[in-house]
Design a protein around this ligand. Sequence first.
Ligand SMILES: [Zn+2]
Length: 326
Amino acid sequence: MNLSKRVAVAQSVGIDIGGTKTLALAVSSDGTIRSRRQHDTPKGEVEIAKLVVELYRELANSDLTMPLGIGVAGLVDRSGRLFNAPNLVAVDGFKIADLLKPHLTGRLYVDNDANCAAYAEVHQGALRSVSNGLLITLGTGIGGALLIDSRIRRGAFGMAGEPGHMIIQPGGLLCACGNRGCWEAYGSGAGLRNLALERIKSGRLEVIADLIGTNYAALTGELIAGQANAGDAQTLELVEEYASWVARGLVNCSVLLDPEVIVIGGGIASDWALFGSRIQKWFQQLTQNAPLRQTIPVEPAVAGDAAGALGAALMCHLDTSGIQTS
Ligand SMILES: [Zn+2]
């Protein structure tokens, strides 16, 4: 049975704790957002826990039996401890469930933000009618979530569905994790920048090189997308190369997981006409001659920037392998 058919008739609160913003939503069982609050994410774990409790109480109208789902920008192990959270460094190791439990009487779920976004796609997006699918988020890094046999899988230590650090180019570009040649060093937003810098150094990205001069901080995805959409041939070559790297990683994922669909979220998906079409083209090229492979669609995520909070709320209703503390 598809997960979307199991949504109970209840309301829940979903809170997405991001590196800079915390978004909280009260969501009804059909996925309708009833109310919304946004706040800057504070620095310390006690302050974050306090903010979460405040937002929850406000959105739950003091009905403290209402389930609460939390998505965080980092990995969450099976005890509810946050780790490997490069955008929430101050709270790495944060036992978020332990800090919240004394303040709640309802069920509490905690999972990483990509898994939460996948629940939103399961409910109303490109994962809605499938039992096996893959969500890949192409942001600063690469996140992922695995839908296998209608369940989001977390693995033994909460690390499942994080393919950004599979090595795709031995001895290649340095990744934020310290390894070389990870997919993330080529296929993420940071990877796009890496590839652009290589081209600038070899004189193959002249318009952008002239625009930024020595101010490499100005080399952003938006700048690259803008020049590509304006028709600059060298920038389009860069985008083409980037799409090929994304597609290589997707091929490896599909060989391992045999999904029915691959859904792409994150900043890259917001310019689907530029990036998505090329990623789709490269993916089809790389898989068309593969023996025993089905041709599968690569589609954009639909839930947008509220996906993490919406999915966190829906996680409370959907059959889940996330951390449940009740
Ligand atoms: Zn890595």
